[in-house]
Design a protein around this ligand. Sequence first.
Ligand SMILES: *Cc1c(COP(=O)(O)O)cnc(C)c1O
Length: 354
Amino acid sequence: MEIKKQLSKTLKQKPDFSNLGFGKYFTDHMFMMDYSGEKGWHDPRIIPFGYIPIHPASTVFHYGAEIFEGLKAYKTAEGYQMFRPFENAKRMNNSAERLCLPELKEEDFVQAITELINIDYSWIPDVEGASLYIRPFMYGNDESLGVHAVHNATFAVILSPVGSYYAEGLNPVKITIESEDVRTVRGGTGYAKCGGNYAASLRAGQRASEKGFSQVLWLDGVERKYIEEVGSMNVMFKIGGEIVTPKLTGSVLPGITRKSCIEILKDWGYTVHERLLSVDELIESAENGSLEEAWGTGTAAVVSPIGHLSYKGKDHVISGNKIGALTQKLYDELTGIQWGKKPDERGWCLKVKV
Ligand SMILES: *Cc1c(COP(=O)(O)O)cnc(C)c1O
């Protein structure tokens, strides 16, 4: 793919890299490429970061034709590295297939990101715990109100320097089990990374936050019985010395951090069960003391310890509301690989010299 480049004449002033937060600042450039039924993908370009003009009848506004990805680039001595970017490319195509958006060559997905970062390289923060968050996304933009599979689409990539998720260290979060709203159902779009799933999840998240919880634990949408995910992370439990994580039933998002944690845990000799886990079994394990640790996994937070679990008005404390030993070890291992401080024995990182 040959990418046209139109560089920005004026560069922005960079924010303070030691106080970035999440997703608040954007780099000087962005990548865009258009799709039409006749031409396929065409006009790949890097242009100054800015507003996108979209037709008011565009499919994305009315029928929610939108998917996205999230991954990070980490500064290294020679340049930077990305964590398993081809996994994101594959998942984006699975999401595209579900929403009838056009698929994209995996190499083009990674090339678009790499050439964009090479231009905005100075935006990768070199502060402990900080990284460059990469947000690829795709939307349908047929200029018509007819309901049908998308004929025109745009793929874009924007970049945002982000701080450590844990400004004050790895503090356990308080979670409430949601028994009213559901995020998605089997047969729906749960396994696709699409904006619509987030729209459906906001109300429960907001209610939880008003009650002092930082996330909700989702139950399956059919029986309202099985644990699915926590907020926008996958979830894992250490019960009686073994690891249990919800299996990918179609309504659970197949996280790359989840997949990586499972591989690492198995390499460390743990038994990892990917299976249905009912909320009753989980609460029972919390009450009889066999629930030793619980954590969420995702690109933004990497590994996030859970210290409180609330269900039907009852609060259960996990691991004494402290980060568990295994949760901490997993966090250290993954972040060590991602920042290039630990050997990347599984060949997960794509290293780029700049
Ligand atoms: C992105 C996402 C995850 C985590 O996936 P990673 O690939 O590990 O970042 C989990 N759940 C939902 C709903 C997500 O959107």
